[in-house]
Design a protein around this ligand. Structure first.
Ligand code: ATP
Ligand code: MG
Length: 380
């Protein structure tokens, strides 16, 4: 991304001009060397957060364990962090893996004290002094496996032994941090190898928030690549693969409520569709995006031949697309029937909606009122 690169150069320039050190570090250096797309650019500097804030117009101090300031340049933002340990060498020493412990100057020179470039060529995830590294932050054990999934690398034997030995210590890591890494792990192209490692090290059994069993990890070793799905659908397929029922799947996960709702609605519809056809009513109630995702997952399992085009046509041909479009409201029903509001309103509205969606009635206020009055009389 040339814009991000330009923004990073601008940030580094400004810091250097004011006499501070500034280096691009971590994932951005690694991904550039691998010629992968760079997702976000981290800059490390000798400037303190307050000094960083003083140098740029639009900044935001982040509440992380590190002293990080988000600097916005146009549409881009660059994470600028004060060097941990107050020197570049100490900062690089505090990073997790050799491939993440490289820095790059504004001129493009690579600083690589732990031979990260060699490990990039050999496709190895390795830590310098792995026992200390994993003790400092047990999340790194999961990060090792997530990078293996994303980059199709193998984990160095020594590091793998350390992970086996220290696996239980990941229990105390915050669930939110686990889930962020898990999300990236699921999006990787080497996902099967990642589950193999999780099994081999038994790390899977200690992951807070995920509660995985031995049966599940066995199943996951044959999960297909999920990289073409978005995050919500990756979670959905993950749960389908381990056969977690929809009501319990996303429950205890430290994800946002919105994400959990999206996962749950897809799992619920998927389960429903195993027994029932896709009627106009189901389409209307679930909404196009949920149905589209579920049908995509069903195609994945070769359970349907319904394609997006067909679905789109089916959707467009619905008489209405939201209950707000119904030509009658709860208030209309109340005025018409002259009794206080209650659950009966919702029930009558739904009955009318069903008539409209199934095209059993012309959709006008009079016909709807007529229909509901006839129904009330029939019930008497
Ligand atoms: P991604 O491409 O997914 O952003 P990344 O390597 O940039 O990968 P981040 O989580 O963004 O990963 O972290 C940026 C850098 O910060 C890493 O490359 C690594 O050097 C360092 N880092 C992040 N988390 C840790 C950690 N838990 N322990 C040690 N170093 C870390
Ligand atoms: Mg990053």
């Amino acid at each position: 991304n040339p814009l991000a690169k330009q923004a990073a150069a601008q940030v580094m320039n400004q810091l250097l001009e004011h006499g501070y050190r500034a280096h691009m570090v971590g994932g951005a250096v690694r991904d550039r060397l691998l010629q992968r797309e760079v997702s976000d650019i981290d800059v490390t500097t000798s400037a303190k957060p307050a000094e960083i804030c003083g140098l740029f117009k639009r900044t935001h101090q982040m509440n992380t364990e590190h002293q990080t300031v988000l600097v916005r340049i146009g549409e881009m933002h660059i994470e600028v962090t004060t060097e941990r340990g107050l020197s570049l060498a100490e900062d690089l020493a505090s990073r997790d893996f050799t491939i993440n412990s490289m820095a790059q100057t504004l001129e493009g020179e690579i600083i690589d004290p732990y031979n990260g470039q060699e490990d990039l060529t050999q496709k190895i995830i390795r830590s310098f002094s792995p026992e200390d590294r994993m003790d400092e932050d047990p999340l790194r054990m999961l990060r090792a496996i997530r990078f293996c999934s994303e980059l199709s690398f193998l984990i160095d034997r020594t590091l793998l032994e350390v992970i086996k030995q220290k696996a239980p210590s990941i229990q105390h890591v915050a669930g939110e941090r686990i889930v962020t890494e898990w999300d990236k792990l699921l999006s990787g192209s080497n996902i099967q190898q990642a589950f193999h490692y999780l099994n081999e090290t038994e790390l899977y059994s200690y992951l807070p928030g995920l509660h995985m069993s031995i049966d599940e990890i066995e199943r996951l070793k044959s999960i297909p690549k999920l990289q073409d799905l978005d995050s919500v659908n990756r979670w959905v397929l993950y749960f389908l693969w381990i056969k977690k029922p929809s009501h319990s799947a996303a429950q205890g996960l430290p994800l946002s409520n919105e994400t959990k709702t999206q996962i749950k609605s897809r799992l619920t519809l998927f389960e429903y569709r195993e027994q029932h056809p896709l009627t106009d009513w189901v389409l209307f109630q679930s909404g196009l995006s949920v149905v589209r995702d579920v049908e995509q997952l069903r195609r994945f399992f070769q359970m349907t031949t319904m394609n997006d085009q067909l679905l789109q046509e089916k959707w467009e041909s619905l008489p209405i697309h939201s209950s707000k479009e119904l030509k009658i409201s709860g208030r209309d029903l109340m005025e018409n029937r002259k009794i206080p509001s209650g659950p009966w309103i919702k029930e009558e509205l739904e009955w009318l909606l069903r008539l409209v969606i199934s095209r059993s009635i012309t959709h006008s206020k009079e016909t709807l009122l007529d229909a509901i009055e006839r129904r009330r009389n029939d019930e008497k």
